[in-house]
Design a binder for this molecule. Structure first.
Ligand code: ARG
Ligand code: ZN
Length: 481
């Protein structure tokens, strides 16, 4: 693995302060501070996230130069120690200038690909509040991991939008969906450049010295680190109020040319889509709504960034695409509010967001979910590689495989057939209510579906999520479309 780190990396000297008394509190006699683990044991990405502390809030205060892609700033992390700690890790790639823990300068060192190891300047006790201040700078588009960067530099700015790795390139974090937090983001840019992020604007853009403007955004509901995003560049920002009274903030890159109207005709339906999804999935979990139409030289995918998905330019190539708006907003419940406890459970995100598209089609009278099931089933021949990927365990390299989306939606349709519509449409909001702002596993979902339906669903889950090969289906009108 090769990491090219732009900016200056200062490697601190390890732990000479470790023998100092612990924060003015008596240290329990038996306590042996130990290092926080460098990962959370995810079965696909074992070193993502870190153990030993739990983040409550990130305050991310940045300065960005579109002309050079230089990003600099300070992130303040509010956390609670979950064990006695001698040191702990953050996940981060840019060049670090300094780290302080509760005001004390802390030694730090880069370890592995994306780990920043911080030595506790004084012993940290379990339950203690930590304030970690990290100052840093770098050029994210040139900071490569295996030749890759999750930060997309474009002609007029940049996009910090990626899954599952995104924060590495712009703020130090505990980078796993199991550690959710709220966040504030503020970014200073040359005046005339727009900055869009999650949530709401706690203040109007503020003029700063040097013909600059500082934009501020706030997310008040707990979210996973990959949900945080930045879109910097030339945007038309359109605000409105949703039927549920929440602010709707949409942003359209001015670079889209003839794709611009299709982007607007799709994203402007966000409030309607969220209203309809709320009826199926339960109360909308976040404080604002919206969408960002990314630039013509930006990302080619879409991401369910919390409260405000970001859409790549390719979705508008052939006209409006409300399906992708339905998909990304369904993720606000399935993926964002209820997040994977382990990336192996990605079906809980992509299968559900994909099935939401089928439900929308059915609602619009453009083809029933059964017709879409039949069409999808028939479009993958029995000997296709497609049927060899298990949606319930697609492997680290397969979390966005077509099988997770298409066979994943087929699995939900089979569940619906097995339990009936009445139970199926009680299972969906029960799931989002039970794990709101938390995490879930496929096993937990199966247990909940069995409890609500009163049926043993092992055959459905095993056949559709965990068995290679094309399952037989009893009756089908496949090919009818
Ligand atoms: N969760 C996204 C979606 O299906 C997929 C993101 C794919 N990520 C990527 N880097 N291509 O809506
Ligand atoms: Zn998706």
């Amino acid at each position: 693995l090769t990491v090219t780190t732009a900016g200056t990396v200062v490697t601190g000297t390890p732990g000479q302060a470790a023998a100092l008394p612990g924060w003015g509190r008596p240290k329990p006699a038996a306590a042996t501070p130990a290092p926080g683990s460098p990962g959370l044991g995810d079965s696909y990405f074992p070193d993502y996230g870190n153990g030993g502390y739990d983040v409550g809030h990130y305050d991310i205060r940045l300065r960005y130069e579109p002309a050079t892609d230089r990003l600099s700033g300070t992130t303040t992390i509010l956390a609670t120690a979950t064990q006695d700690l001698s040191r702990f890790n953050l996940d981060f790639l840019l060049g670090v200038e300094s780290v302080r823990v509760n005001g004390w300068p802390a030694a730090f060192a880069r370890e592995g690909v994306h780990e920043l190891a911080v030595t506790a300047p004084r012993p940290i006790l379990k339950g203690q509040q930590l304030t970690v201040v990290v100052k840093y700078a770098g050029i994210p588009s040139e900071t490569l991991v295996q030749g890759y960067t999750g930060w997309t530099r474009v002609a007029d700015g940049a996009l910090a939008v990626n899954e599952p790795e995104s924060a590495w390139w712009w703020f130090p974090s505990n980078d796993h969906p199991k550690d959710k937090a709220t966040w504030d983001v503020s970014v200073s840019v040359p005046t005339g450049v727009e900055v869009v992020s999650n949530g709401v604007q706690p203040r109007d853009p503020l003029p700063e010295a040097g013909n600059r403007t500082r934009w501020s955004w706030r997310s008040v509901k707990p979210g996973a680190t990959y949900q945080a995003f930045l879109a910097i560049g030339q945007y038309d920002i359109v605000t409105d109020t949703a039927p549920n009274g929440q602010p709707v903030i949409n942003a359209y890159s001015t670079t889209l040319g003839e794709r611009g109207p299709a982007a607007r005709a799709s994203i402007e339906r966000t409030a309607e889509v969220v209203d309809w999804e709320s009826g199926l999935f339960g109360p909308y979990p976040f404080e604002a709504q919206g969408g960002v139409a990314g630039p013509i030289d930006g990302i080619g995918f879409a991401l369910e960034t919390q409260s405000r998905p970001v859409y790549g330019h390719s979705f508008w190539r052939r006209g409006a695409n409300v399906s992708v708006v339905v998909h990304e907003n369904a993720h606000q419940w399935f993926g964002d509010s209820v997040s994977v406890a382990d990336w192996r459970n990605i079906w809980l995100n992509e299968g559900f967001a994909s099935y939401a598209e089928w439900l929308w089609s059915e609602e619009q009278g453009e083809g029933t979910a059964q017709e879409l099931f039949d069409f999808t089933y028939a479009s993958y021949p029995a000997d296709s590689e497609f049927w060899q990927v298990l949606p319930g365990d697609p492997g680290a390299a397969g979390i966005f495989d077509d099988a997770v989306y298409d066979r994943g939606a087929m699995a939900l349709h089979q569940l619906r057939l097995a339990v009936g519509d009445e139970a199926f449409f009680r299972i969906l909001p029960a799931w989002t209510a039970a794990h709101r702002y938390g995490n879930g596993t496929i096993a937990q979902f199966q247990a909940l579906a069995e409890r609500i339906s009163g049926r043993d669903l092992d055959a459905v889950f095993t056949t559709w999520l965990f068995t290679a090969g094309r399952p037989e289906v009893a009756t089908t009108a496949r090919g009818a479309l």
